[in-house]
Design a protein around this ligand. Structure first.
Ligand code: FES
Length: 123
């Protein structure tokens, strides 16, 4: 177990500290080294949901402005291009041109207040 944890610390990508995302807000992250597609996270309390920043509709990034991935009321993720809205907890598109499809979820491991994702997330 301890060896497995050590492996994660060495190989998984540290995105940020949990408190760097304001509770109820979102934050974008650049692609992993060698990649083209970034990630974004949404914080709900001590939980952080991370998705690949590509809309299921046509694959473009969801945001037009840094860290801006949520509806005005902050209850859903929204794609800036054509307005598709997604559940924060599951990434399911509730309405819009890709209704019923899902954002690509990224496995998250939060340890010691740091958000880690697999090194190949978004590649
Ligand atoms: S690209 Fe996202 S809704 Fe069209």
């Amino acid at each position: 177990m301890a060896r497995g944890r050590k492996l994660i610390e060495q190989e998984w990508r540290a995105l940020c500290r949990v408190e760097e995302i304001e509770d109820g807000e979102s934050k974008g992250f650049p692609p992993a080294p060698g990649g083209f597609t970034g990630l974004f996270g949404v914080r709900k309390g001590e939980k952080v949901y991370v998705y690949v920043n590509a809309c299921p509709h046509i694959g473009v990034p969801l945001n037009w402005r840094d860290d801006d991935f949520l509806t005005l009321d902050k209850i859903r993720i929204i794609c800036a291009s054509h307005g598709a809205e997604f559940k924060i907890a599951t990434g399911e598109c509730l309405h819009g041109p890709c209704a019923g499809e899902h954002l690509e979820a990224v496995t998250v491991d939060i340890r010691d207040g740091v958000v880690y994702v697999p090194p190949d997330a978004g590649l």
